[in-house]
Unconditional design. Structure first.
Length: 375
């Protein structure tokens, strides 16, 4: 019970501890054997600070190798609940298994963002699952199932992963981001800080019950938004009793015209955290990027041309890296790994060209710029 919000579950949780203990022992044995042949990224050199966003539903055949070449040690990916549990109680983990497993085998750890409500829970995917006991129970069970599968000692690591990637070290997930961009109505409706605080507390309880060592991450938010700017949204969440204790890591998407504006957004979020006694918490930049379409080809000044994209990546990463200790920045994740096919600028002015690679996998100048920081 968290401030009047129960965390009901449709699944029986009593056998979970025993299953987890057995799985931990099996995974530990696998790790011990793998350490001699395929050490994780931490032992391979390179900075863990820089990562990439992978905004595709399924992993492409050539993408794991390219992601390895990028030097990224963290890849952020959306666990879209409506795609995983299309029918109540029936989980399809095939896409997640493939992506998480293929990247783990390359020494890359996935940072999942858990988002969306299936049709059997809410009329729209952007509706947070807090409106009824049934919706809250369903969300709790989804989170529990995800942690039980991919967290430390998760069933995936001793089962399918060992079959598909024999001898490779697991990369269990220990950080879980709750929802995406809740200050935008297109991602959460209503874009209400009180509703998000409820979702956050419900999620923290479910995840920590499944893995007491897990870290819960606040949703990444664009700094400036049509509804509430990130720092205003965060301030209102803090006003909900108990919300500050319901997340371990803050997050931000400081999209901007230029680097000084980006830094100003981060500074305002950090100031809000400090005002609420949370200066000690780490901050992840879970999305930041600019497009490679010609400069000012789209609104808001977020496209810079191909060489301009590389230059602004270098400037932004240099300035964020310089402030990583004073702002307690733990990850900087570029959006996006590669361009989507047939991208449109109507819904996002720069997303169709924000990749380090073109859609066919050929590199842009920004690819080399990223690798100069990550490797």
């Amino acid at each position: 019970m968290r401030h009047g919000w129960p965390t009901p579950s449709r699944a029986r949780t009593e056998p979970r501890r025993l299953r987890r203990l057995v799985t931990v022992l099996l995974v530990a044995a696998a790790v011990a054997g793998a350490l001699f042949s395929a050490p994780l990224a931490q032992a391979q050199g390179g900075s863990k600070l820089f990562g990439l966003d992978y905004s595709f539903h399924d992993i492409g055949a050539n993408d794991p190798g390219k992601l390895k070449q990028s030097g990224a040690k963290t890849v952020r990916w959306m666990f879209v609940w409506p795609r995983i549990e299309t029918k109540e109680g029936v989980f399809n983990w095939s896409s997640a298994d493939k992506l998480v497993g293929d990247l783990a085998a390359k020494g890359i750890r996935v940072a999942p963002t858990l988002w969306g409500s299936p049709k059997w829970v809410a009329s729209s995917a952007v509706t947070p699952p807090i409106g009824s006991p049934q919706a809250r129970a369903a969300w709790t069970d989804f989170l529990t199932a995800a942690v039980d599968r991919y967290g430390p000692g998760g069933s995936y690591w001793s089962g399918e992963y060992q079959t598909d990637h024999p001898g490779r070290a697991p990369a269990p997930i220990g950080t879980w981001q709750i929802w995406n961009e809740p200050n935008l109505r297109s991602a959460m409706s209503p874009a209400d800080p009180g509703d998000y605080a409820k979702l956050l507390e419900l999620s923290d309880g479910a995840i920590k019950d499944a893995d007491s060592q897990a870290k819960v991450m606040f949703a990444g938010m664009p700094g400036y938004a049509g509804t509430l700017n990130a720092w205003d949204f965060l301030d209102r969440v803090y006003q909900t009793p108990g919300a500050a204790q319901a997340f371990d890591i803050a997050a931000l998407h400081p999209y901007a015209r230029n680097v000084p504006q980006m830094l100003g957004e981060v500074n305002r979020v950090r100031a809000t955290m400090q005002q609420h006694g949370d200066a000690h918490k780490p901050l992840w930049i879970t999305e930041v990027g600019w497009g490679s379409l010609p400069k000012d080809a789209t609104p808001y000044g977020e496209t810079k041309g191909k060489r301009g994209q590389a230059r602004i990546l270098e400037q932004a990463f240099h300035q964020l890296k310089k402030r990583r200790h004073s702002w307690h920045i733990k990850r900087i994740i570029w959006f996006n790994f590669r361009d989507p096919g047939g991208g449109s600028v109507k819904t996002c002015s720069f997303c169709s060209s924000a990749g380090l690679l073109n859609h066919d996998g050929t590199p842009k100048p920004a690819w080399s710029a990223f690798r100069s920081f990550s490797r």
